[in-house]
Design a protein around this ligand. Structure first.
Ligand code: ATP
Ligand code: MG
Length: 425
């Protein structure tokens, strides 16, 4: 016997049945995707699909070298002399495609994507090496109303999924380049004074990306971080106005939020509004959605300057939360379970089954000539509402038997009357 091969660590199969490794089934995923597709259409977003592999330079340039995603977690390989990477997130690829195909030529774009992302992290509940994100990008929208709209859009989805009471919205304003530069000077001065207590990561970031020191989870640094110069004290009129407009709209829409001046997000490209949706129900992996403005990124990637904002939701984390605290109706069951006995019955049954399918019914065929008792057990287990049976008697009389599996009611009818009988039960 051959040796069994296992999936790569941190990369999961999504199966039709829940097993010890997963709380969800592929039916849960499909149910979520159906809700998500309608939701995205309600907000006018159009789908974009990009390759899972991109030139490494795309991620280095957009996400930044001193970020976990590009620094430590990157899946990079040599493709006959060219360095390629598996995508760790969706925004960079989306913008690369938009610039490459000149999509912003004469109108702004609202785009959504969904798919697998790859990061070499330590696998644990809610943190995988292949995971999935669904995200939106509103490209060419400068106003705070768009910031508010995409936050409202998330709130709407949490409501649709029954988890709005389990999540919290945190927002912050990162200002513009000049404001960040002034703050940075003050922050670096402060960090230098405290250099003796910094850990290795923070010492490095103090030089490469000091704002991210504020993002450190190291408990020994929290008091120092709490007293660091705050970016909010360096924001000027334009940034403050944008931020206040956003907060005002959120208040009008009655979307609860807290301001977290330490929220800087893990990727380098953000400015102005940033936000995260977190939950305390998933332990350490508590962020289910993160987003923000990236007004300078499209220009950085060779396009024309285009103010933009987006977010990404981690689907595994969202589904963990929905399965434990929310609602998701996933139905894998066919309408009808079809069975036969005797070789002559096969074509007779198949004709009826194809006819039912073309009339919109879902039909699962048993697919083997077994005892009726065995077939009925499978029919019950399938969750089907009706059984369709063709045995020798039915072949002789040119009829079929329809049974309502919930009430036990049963009728033998002619081929042309099957649908009518099902509808009458
Ligand atoms: P974290 O701080 O948990 O590592 P992040 O800031 O790296 O998250 P983002 O890059 O903002 O995450 O990605 C958006 C969302 O994608 C996250 O909020 C999370 O829900 C999900 N996500 C990120 N990394 C993973 C992963 N390795 N496994 C599962 N979901 C993930
Ligand atoms: Mg991360």
């Amino acid at each position: 016997m051959g040796v069994k091969i296992q999936a790569v660590k941190g990369m999961n199969d999504i199966l039709p049945v829940a097993d010890k490794d997963s709380v969800w089934t592929s039916a849960d995923w499909l149910a979520f995707e159906e809700i998500a597709h309608k939701w995205l259409a309600q907000y006018g977003y159009k789908n974009i699909r990009t390759p899972m592999i991109e030139p490494t330079g795309l991620f280095v340039r957009s996400i930044g070298t001193d970020t976990d995603v590009v620094g430590k977690e990157r899946y990079t390989f040599d493709d006959y002399g060219e360095s390629l990477s598996l995508r760790p997130e969706g925004t960079a690829s989306c913008l690369r495609a938009v610039v490459e195909h000149n999509l912003l030529y004469n109108s702004p774009q609202k785009l959504w994507y969904m798919g697998a992302m790859f990061r070499h992290e330590k696998p644990q509940k809610g943190r995988y090496r292949q995971f999935h994100q669904i995200g939106v990008e509103a490209l060419g929208y400068a106003g705070a109303d768009t910031d508010a709209e995409i936050i409202a859009m998330c709130w709407d989805l949490w409501q649709k999924l029954g988890i709005k009471d389990c999540v919290q919205l945190e927002i912050n304003c990162l200002g513009n380049r000049e404001e960040r530069a002034a703050h940075r000077t003050a922050l670096v001065g402060y960090l230098q004074q405290n250099e003796h207590i910094l850990d290795e990561d923070s010492r490095r970031r103090m030089i490469t990306n000091p704002l991210r020191v504020l993002d450190s989870k190291n408990p020994d640094l929290q008091a120092m971080i709490e007293n660091a110069p705050k970016l909010s004290d360096y924001l000027k009129e334009g940034s403050l106005k944008h931020y206040n407009t956003l907060k005002n709209i959120l208040n009008v829409l009655e979307i609860p939020f807290v301001e977290n001046h330490r929220l800087v997000r893990g990727l380098d490209y953000y400015n102005a509004t940033v936000f995260e949706w977190t939950t305390d129900k998933l332990g350490a992996q508590g962020t289910i959605c993160g987003g923000g403005r990236y007004d300078g990124l499209i220009e950085e990637l060779g396009g024309k300057a285009t103010p933009s904002i987006g977010f990404a939701i981690g689907i595994e984390r969202l589904l963990l939360l929905v399965k434990s605290h929310g609602v998701l109706k996933a139905d894998n069951s066919p309408d009808i379970y079809a069975m036969y006995q005797g070789e002559d019955a096969q074509p007779h049954l198949m004709r009826a089954v194809q006819d039912l399918r073309s009339n919109g019914f879902s039909v699962l065929t048993h697919g083997a000539d077994q005892k009726l008792g065995t077939q009925f057990k499978k029919a019950d287990a399938s969750g089907a509402k009706f059984a369709l049976i063709v045995g020798e008697n039915e072949v002789l009389s040119g009829s079929l038997t329809v049974k309502n599996l919930q009430t036990g009611e049963q009728k033998t009818v002619e081929f042309d009357n099957v649908i009518e009988t099902i509808n009458s039960f």
